[in-house]
Design a protein. Structure first.
Length: 328
């Protein structure tokens, strides 16, 4: 069945003329890498293609070829919408309406929560990253990935597997990464750009955020906050918070780490990270978001303290014994 799906999408790409490529709001490395790789492949095939996003590419990933070509304003619809790394169309933000106007929607993803919203649905839930599936699609098209495409997909895989540390990493993940490295991708350069290149203002923001950590639910949930005041004081932006969510989860005995970022008065973005065996994607979906079993997120509005209480209660109800006793 999967082979037929690959072939159907290959036929759509071969026969299509204009393509819109999109991914989820608050794009991560997997979303960015897949979009840019698809943009390059389609252009190589002589297609009219554009990446459209609610937000610009995070600074962390602007070293990738094509990152400056992303469109964030109004643009006409295309013949085919290629949606990557998205479980549901409403995760596209303002691009959802544009995608729905395309006669053909191709859905390429690896989330178990995918709603199969496309006319063609290539959903490989066993993949460590959507970048793995895009890599296989390029091969199915009879192409070798260029070095730029390989670098984008290597970044996609490296990001979504946490440097191959997450339980989603499989032998196929490593084989895909090896094939991409064989094209000339510099592994150290890619990792350095994503994980080890921090601004002084970003580190100051991290310092401020770490001071807000609260451990609750009997020591099993840790919450960290970033307020608008912190952004103003440090000069940092939300784009410099990549990886921050891992800090609360890294505390001994904590099962779920929560990062709450204030985006406006009464508006917040929440990222969840959990240890293996404690899936939190259902918690994210409860609040209108989505994600993976151990990495998910959503947007929420309300009073800050109320929001924190609701999140902790939801995690306690879904995963843990209903114990909200504070551990610190």
């Amino acid at each position: 069945m999967m082979e037929k799906t690959y072939q159907a999408i290959v036929d759509v790409i071969r026969n299509g003329k204009s393509f819109l490529i999109a991914s989820h709001i608050d794009p991560d490395g997997d979303a960015v890498g897949c979009q840019l790789a698809m943009l390059s492949v389609l252009k190589r095939l002589g297609k009219s293609a554009k990446v459209v996003s609610e937000e610009s590419i995070p600074e962390t990933f602007t070293f990738l070829e094509g990152s400056r070509d992303v469109i964030t304003g109004e643009t006409p619809a295309a013949e085919v919408a290629v949606i990557v790394d998205v479980a549901a169309l409403d995760r596209l933000g303002c691009v959802e309406k544009l995608a729905r106007e395309c006669p053909v929607v191709v859905n390429i993803d690896h989330h178990a929560s995918n709603t199969y919203f496309g006319h063609h649905n290539l959903v490989e839930t066993g993949a460590g990253a959507c970048g793995e599936t895009i890599h296989r699609l390029i091969r199915a098209l009879g192409l070798d990935p260029t070095r730029d495409e390989a670098e984008a997909l290597y970044v996609a895989i490296l990001s979504d597997t946490g440097c191959f540390r997450f339980p989603t990493t499989t032998g196929d993940t490593l084989r895909a990464a090896a094939d991409l490295l064989d094209t000339g991708v510099r592994a150290y350069h890619a990792a350095s750009e994503i994980f080890w290149k921090k601004s002084s203002r970003g580190l100051k923001l991290l310092s401020d955020a770490l001071s807000t950590i609260e451990v609750t639910n009997g020591g099993r949930v840790a919450t960290m906050e970033i307020t608008k005041h912190m952004y103003d004081e440090t000069g940092a932006t939300s784009r410099e918070t990549e990886g921050f969510t891992n800090y609360p989860r890294s505390i001994c005995d904590v099962l779920v780490g929560v990062l709450i970022r204030e985006t406006g008065e009464g508006f917040f973005r929440v990222s969840l990270r959990s240890r293996e065996g404690y899936p939190i994607s259902d918690v994210a979906r409860f609040f209108g978001g989505g994600g993976h079993p151990t990495a998910a997120g959503f947007r929420i509005r309300g009073d800050r303290d109320e929001v924190k209480a609701r999140i902790r209660d939801a995690i306690g109800t879904a995963l843990l014994k209903p114990d909200s006793t504070s551990a610190s």
